[in-house]
Design a protein around this ligand. Structure first.
Ligand SMILES: [Fe+2]
Length: 294
């Protein structure tokens, strides 16, 4: 059966059938996947029984990989997966769910807020590829919002207002929204803010999108409450249900999204059940705005 791409739900998510991602792919399939990403921004592949090595090989066939080092509260000696993977599971090194009050779990609850992966890095992520190895008995959906449609729906006055704006992004800003702020001096240094523009132009499609993320905590040159209020208003508008696709996971699903054109968030699930999802990430082309010297 040849590969086919079929739209599901809103206009930015599609299911891909007739392809086995565990095997090396011909150049025309790679090109079709990139074209599908440019058109839809979220692609869903069911029944992909990846090993870590196969997931990594598929990811690297699409571009350069982004390493996940120092982006969580797991210490290097606590990693369950190699740094080519972002371990967004709720599992410790022994594959056991974190205790309810575990600081690493509480930090990771930040993923339940709308965000774009690695917007807290000077060079933010391109695609994220999340593979489900085990899922909880209920909950744990991932929701996606189309930031191109959200931008298009803004009135012209708002588009003109936000066009030149630059935001500061940090994982400390997103965690502060949940009342999590007990960072060590080393963590505060590691999580210090970076700059991102608020309106991005997609390099392939040419479409503009809102580059929002719960990691965005301030706007350069704006009073803080006014900046936070604008970001909340924009996020509320951008995540109306008409712009959202909610993915209910099956074991073996690989969902791939373009962080330049979408936001996403995890939904709650029973804290004592394993949710083993493994993310590989493609590195972006460069910063969205020149960074201050560090
Ligand atoms: Fe994420």
């Amino acid at each position: 059966m040849p590969m086919s791409i079929r739209q599901v739900g809103p206009c930015f998510a599609a299911e891909v059938d007739g392809i086995d991602l565990t095997q090396p792919l011909p150049a025309q399939d790679i090109a079709a996947i990139h074209a599908g990403m440019d058109r839809f921004a979220v692609l869903i592949f069911h029944d992909q029984n990846f090993s870590d090595e196969q997931q990594l090989a598929f990811t690297q066939s699409l571009g350069s990989i982004e390493l996940a080092i120092g982006t969580s509260l797991r210490r290097p000696d606590e990693y369950r997966l190699p740094p080519t993977f972002a371990d967004v599971s709720n599992l410790d090194r022994d594959h056991k769910p974190f205790g309810r009050d575990d600081r690493r779990r509480l930090f990771a609850i930040g993923n339940r807020l709308w965000h774009s992966d690695s917007s807290f890095k000077a060079v933010p992520a391109k695609y994220s590829l999340l593979h489900a190895r085990s899922i909880p008995s209920k909950g744990g959906n991932t929701e996606f919002a189309d930031m191109r449609a959200a931008y298009d729906a803004l009135d012209q006055e708002t588009k003109d207002l936000i066009e030149p704006l630059i935001c500061q992004h940090s994982q400390m800003f997103s965690r502060a929204k949940l009342g999590f702020g007990d960072f060590t001096a080393e963590e505060r240094e590691r999580f210090k803010p970076v700059l991102q523009r608020l309106v991005r132009v997609h390099p392939s499609s040419g479409r503009k999108s809102l580059y929002l993320s719960s990691h965005a905590g301030s706007i350069v040159g704006w009073p803080e409450p006014e900046a936070k209020a604008l970001l909340l208003d924009l996020t509320e508008a951008a995540t109306q249900r008409e712009f959202v696709y909610s993915h209910k996971w099956r074991v073996g699903d690989l969902v791939m999204w373009d962080n330049r054109a979408t936001m996403h968030r995890a939904r709650p699930f029973p804290h004592d059940e394993p949710r083993d999802v493994r993310r590989t990430t493609l590195m972006g082309d460069g910063p969205t705005v020149a960074q201050q010297a560090t």
